[in-house]
Design a protein around this ligand. Structure first.
Ligand code: ZN
Length: 278
């Protein structure tokens, strides 16, 4: 079986992730993301009303026209987690493919929000929920399986998809922090990655791209950040004024810690901001 990998977006840049893997006649698309920096430089740009081609020309979303050159049918669109650089172009591109969007439960909820906010296109792709640890058959050959392996990241419910082919596994290893003691959810499933490396025909290709991946060292666990945060918030126990804390709205583990520690010191936590409200 011939395997072909198309690096459509997100390579040598931050944002607008998209990769297509063709195995025989079947294609699986990993991520359809937005490059937020290309959108934010324009004042009041309402991307909801914009056409895909204009956004492609701006460099805001992946140029998926390259897929015409791949000899196969898209069978699944698989966003790995809910960050906009991975799901932000789904509302602009997914309707062009007769394929379901397959994602973990939290990621799928965020995809639904993106589709609801879309003003230009009707995105009617089937939405299929799949949990980490589960596998689904892809295409009609009976030779391709898509597996979700649990990983830890600054957003909950992140997975690394693995496409099992007769030639070996294609592991799409994007965006993870190796966290053995996360604040929410299960630790990264290193056992399963180890097994995938040893079983069957082994790993044909491992694709990795992560912010600061080139830096030596490791990022501490979220539970370490939680300990520091607890120390800081408890140290202002006797202060009377308001306290402001900021975080990425999608960092649910951090929000959870902030809310809990606010209650610890007798405060009432208020969540402010468009995405936090979402
Ligand atoms: Zn991410």
């Amino acid at each position: 079986m011939e395997i072909e990998i198309a690096t459509i977006g997100g390579y040598e840049e931050v944002g607008r992730q998209m990769t297509a893997v063709r195995a025989g006649d079947d294609i699986v698309v990993f991520d359809m993301g937005l490059n937020l920096s290309k959108v934010l430089i324009h004042d009041n740009l309402r991307t909801e009303e914009m056409h895909s081609l204009d956004l492609i020309d701006m460099g805001a979303i992946p140029d998926d026209r390259i897929l015409n050159e791949l000899d196969g049918e898209v069978q699944a669109i698989v966003p790995t987690h809910g960050h906009l650089d991975h799901i932000g172009a789904i509302s602009k591109l997914a309707h062009r493919y007769e394929a379901p969007i397959v994602a973990s439960p939290f990621t799928l909820e965020l995809v639904k929000e993106e589709i609801q906010d879309e003003g230009k296109f009707n995105v009617n792709n089937d939405l299929v929920e799949m949990e980490a640890g589960e596998t689904m058959r892809i295409g009609d050959t009976g030779k391709l399986d898509l597996e979700f392996v649990n990983v830890t990241h600054s957003i909950i419910d992140a997975i690394n998809p693995v496409l099992h082919t007769p030639e070996g596994a294609v592991v799409y290893g994007l965006d993870k922090r190796i966290d053995h003691t996360p604040v929410i959810g299960d630790p990264i499933d290193m056992d399963r990655f180890r097994e995938i490396g040893r079983e069957g025909p082994g790993v044909l290709c491992y694709i990795e791209d992560c912010t600061n991946a080139g830096k030596k060292g490791r990022t501490p666990s979220e539970s370490v950040a939680r300990r520091h945060l607890k120390d800081v918030i408890h140290s202002i126990d006797d202060y009377d004024g308001g306290v402001v804390a900021t975080t990425f709205s999608s960092n649910i583990a951090r929000v959870k810690s902030l809310v809990e520690f606010a209650y610890d010191i007798g405060r009432k936590p208020l969540l402010l901001g468009r995405y936090l409200e979402k």
